[in-house]
Design a protein around this ligand. Structure first.
Ligand SMILES: [Zn+2]
Length: 215
């Protein structure tokens, strides 16, 4: 995936981006494009939900704070309600309404391509939406619902012209979910569903939109 409106991306992120970042020692080119993908994903997912919240839900849209990247090995990494963020995970912190991710999870997934970086951010953003939408829309498997809504937001952003969906992005995300299944907390089948379930949920969201993800 890539940004269609790169100038707009840079301008708006200057206003909305809170923290995050790969530390200076990283290899320049790859880190640059990973950082760019992270920024684009945050921008596109935020744009989608601010434009479309009222298509699905009552009340106002309240975006999560984007704490952004942390290093899972850093003893001073952020915490949610006193619990340090896990290495190789990404999370939505319900009590403080923020999302954050271990940059090492993003780097690991980047070896398969850029697709999963977008879905990690869109999935966590979906947990923030789940927390603020009327509870009647929740399904029992909240993780698969977040995968579905994550796909819906990315595909919706692509329809809106905020993101460019590249050939093979779906397959790339599927291959990454399969490749990392069981290797990280974010891809633990016991609480997130099997790779196949996750891919199916993602594809449902991509094909049929947010409404198909809701109870
Ligand atoms: Zn989740």
């Amino acid at each position: 995936m890539s940004a269609r409106l790169r100038l707009a991306v840079v301008t708006i992120l200057a206003l909305t981006w809170v923290g995050g970042g790969v530390s200076g020692a990283e290899a320049a080119v790859k880190a640059d494009s990973l950082q760019q993908d992270i920024r684009t994903a945050v921008y596109a997912v935020h744009r989608f939900w601010s434009a479309h919240w009222s298509d699905y839900f009552p009340g106002g849209y309240s975006p999560p704070r984007v704490l952004g990247s942390y290093d899972g090995r850093d003893p001073a990494r952020p915490a949610c309600s006193g619990h340090k963020m896990l290495p190789y995970n990404a999370s939505y912190c319900m009590t403080q309404h923020f999302i954050a991710w271990d940059i090492n999870l993003m780097r690991m997934s980047y070896t398969y391509g850029d697709g999963l970086v977008y879905q990690v951010i869109s999935h966590e953003w979906s947990h923030a939406v789940q927390n603020r939408m009327p509870p009647r829309y929740l399904v029992p498997q909240v993780e698969l619902q977040a995968d579905c809504m994550g796909g819906a937001a990315l595909a919706g952003a692509s329809r809106d012209g905020t993101l460019t969906w590249e050939r093979g992005d779906n397959q790339e995300i599927a291959a990454t979910l399969r490749g990392l299944s069981g290797d990280t907390p974010w891809t633990n089948p016991r609480d997130h569903g099997s790779a196949t379930e996750r891919i199916n949920a993602f594809n449902t969201g991509v094909r049929y939109g947010v409404r198909a993800c809701l109870a």
